[in-house]
Design a protein around this ligand. Sequence first.
Ligand SMILES: *Cc1c(COP(=O)(O)O)cnc(C)c1O
Length: 371
Amino acid sequence: MNVVIQSALLPTYARADVTFVAGEGCRLTDSDGKRYLDFASGIAVVGLGHLHPAPLAAAQAQLQRLWHVSNLYWSEPTVALSELLSERFGGAQSFFCNSGAEAIEAAIKYARKATGKPGIVALDDSFHGRTIGALSATGQPKKREAFAPLLDVTFVPANDTEALEGVLGETIGLVLLEPVQGEGGVLPLKPGFVGAAAELATAHGALLCFDEVQTGVGRTGTFFCFEQLGVRPQLVTLAKGLANGLPIGALLVADEAAGAFVPGDHASTFGGNPVTCAAACAVVSAIDDELLANVRARSAQITARLPGSRGAGLLIGVELDRPAAPVVDSCLAAGLLVTSAGENVLRLTPPLVVSEDEVVEALAILAEVLA
Ligand SMILES: *Cc1c(COP(=O)(O)O)cnc(C)c1O
């Protein structure tokens, strides 16, 4: 093979030709000193903005006290985070890991152990991560093809209650849904479908898991997106925004579905790391009514100005009449970070703290690029 090596990193990403060296709030600075407005947030991760003082102070204080002891012992920030999340959920136990995909792996194992049924139903165009288990539940053939054979997962179209009902039964132990399909194109599920999915899952002895890795932690205008759907799932996965940029994932198990895991069933050396959990506690505490109101107000401000936009809160997709990738590149050159989700969909995921003026500035850049 004739391969030109350009970097000592495996080339799993098509990286833009820019190196960022500093950030504050919704602003980034690159290695040439050029400034950018960040409407990507590290893929819906840096919800409180770069260098937010609350998680920064919490992580710094913990860094100077204790970094790691493992889950063979108790750590105060780990326990505190589980209590904060239980309070937000209304009664749940947490398993902490280090990424969204790991949280999905935990959900897959939990559902198997709890129901005794190995089958999984997920949706076409879903995204649940890149490990073999999470990839198996990802309904995008292009991402899967080269890695077969995967776990046996049944896919049904989003919002198709009849199709879902048709595949549930003896073998399905897990129904896995993103309340808003993020990577698949920013497609919100219909509340009617979600309600039916919850009832059908219960009727057929399966657990319903909402993958809120992208939609959770205030991103859609409520702490969990499912709060807007009138449904209470048994399982929820969180990750991206939970520690404002430090690596973390979580599986929440509702108290009514508790008891399946016992010591030895699942583990993670780094999961529940004290520094990460201290930062996450500060993040969860910062997601208050005022911040959530800002998410909804800025969302309305953006969608009113962008015909063809959809999503929830500050997870916004804009269906373009052209491929999104060149638009993403042009925005970057013009000083605005955005991402794409699928071929023709531009994705805006600014920090939840974004101001009215910053939205005006971003929309002006976007209008110029699209003109
Ligand atoms: C990003 C994402 C994942 C995977 O998270 P990683 O931290 O990249 O493993 C899983 N599910 C959803 C909905 C996501 O958006």
